[in-house]
Design a protein around this ligand. Structure first.
Ligand code: UDP
Length: 358
């Protein structure tokens, strides 16, 4: 079995960590890095810490508009896929890299497998929603993290090749739990475990206009407790361009620091009283680690985090965020929302069977 896996963004490196290992035990993996995330603290650090194999090919697309990046990826990928002719092209999640892989597989006649299929926020203005809907409709194998994802696909008429596998991010959380528990954590920032808020924000809706960025700074200013905000390079660049970086840094209760690696982030998350985020992955991880989550969006594709009482959607509204934080508590019982930590093994089994049957 020859699988070409395509990664390019921080959350995809996390997802690839358990799956690459499992894949390489049962077949050959050619790992391609699109270069969408190229800052060392969003990319190299993850390959090192999570022991992800060195990419076999790097497309090196780097900075650009989403469509410019997409075009560059397609050009690089088309040649690679024609040369290697993998049995399956495997993509993760919902980024420009995911979409590039999907389009290239479809146009090249290579079966496409989508990890994290079926997620829907039902907000088609989100680039991620556009990417995931398109990718799902082009996929032959759709690996769903949750039953809700399977239902979403069925509503769109996609039933063939759909498998409920559980979530590889849960696999990663288990795989690296021990290593994360040994990281330095909150104290190195002068924070007390259990008495600070961890913040992340990087989505287009929070960063793509001066108004949105000003609203983000208002939210930060309203946080009632000490907070730590590892700032995504995109968010930092946009805050600087909008002239708001100084104001954000001057907030008395919020520390802005560079993005941290997965192990450090996991440690901080497990120590935080609550997390305030617009990240998809962090909403889930908060739930997995039983930390209350406040999501700076009005919709989420991870609806079960809200239904289970771990997550509150507030949009970018300071009053709603502070109210949600005041009421944030961990529910007494938590269902296993994201599988049993064996999603990667299940996905590889399905890939082996799919390739053998062709
Ligand atoms: N993460 C990290 N360092 C940080 C912030 C997040 O390692 O400073 C990890 C986090 O644990 C999760 C992933 O990055 O596994 C989420 O990525 P991101 O928020 O960039 O993307 P999304 O999940 O929204 O697509």
């Amino acid at each position: 079995m020859l699988v070409m896996s395509l990664v390019g963004n921080r959350p995809q490196f996390v997802k690839a960590a358990p799956l690459s290992r499992a894949l390489r035990r049962r077949g050959t993996e050619i790992l391609v890095h699109s270069g969408q995330h190229y800052d060392p603290e969003l990319a190299d650090l993850f390959f090192d810490e999570l022991a992800i194999p060195e990419p076999d090919h790097a497309l090196g697309v780097g900075q650009g508009t989403p469509l410019g990046q997409l075009a560059a990826m397609l050009t690089g990928l088309e040649a690679l896929v024609a040369d290697i002719r993998p049995d399956v092209l495997l993509v993760y999640g919902d980024t420009t890299t995911t979409l590039a892989g999907a389009l290239c597989a479809a146009k090249s006649g290579v079966p496409l497998a989508h990890v994290e299929a079926g997620l829907r926020s039902f907000d088609r203005t989100m680039p991620e929603e556009q990417n995931r809907v398109t990718t799902d409709h082009l996929s032959e194998l759709l690996f769903c993290p949750t039953p809700v994802a399977v239902e979403n696909l069925a509503r769109e008429g996609i039933t063939g090749g759909v498998h409920m596998t559980g979530d590889v991010m849960f696999d990663a959380a288990l795989l690296f739990a021990d290593a994360a528990a040994h990281r330095a954590g909150a104290e190195q920032y002068g924070l007390t475990p259990g008495a600070f808020i961890l913040v992340t924000a990087h989505r287009a809706a929070a960063t793509d206009s001066p108004e949105a960025l000003a609203a983000l700074v208002d939210v930060l200013a309203a946080l009632p407790e000490p907070a730590l905000f590892p700032v995504h390079p995109r968010t930092r660049a946009k805050l600087e361009a909008a002239g708001l970086w100084g104001a954000a840094n001057a907030l008395p209760r919020v520390q802005l620091v560079p993005p941290v690696g997965y192990l450090d982030f996991t440690r901080l998350l497990t120590q935080a009283r609550a997390v305030v985020t617009d990240s998809g992955g962090v909403q889930k991880e908060a739930c997995l680690h039983r930390v209350p989550c406040v999501t700076l969006r009005n919709t989420t594709e991870w609806t079960e985090t809200v239904a289970s009482g771990f997550n509150t959607l507030t949009g970018m509204d300071p009053a709603k965020v502070t109210a949600a934080l005041a009421g944030a508590a961990i529910p007494d019982s938590a269902p296993d929302l994201y599988g049993d930590g064996q999603a990667a093994e299940r996905i590889v089994d399905l890939l082996v069977r799919f390739v053998a049957a062709r």
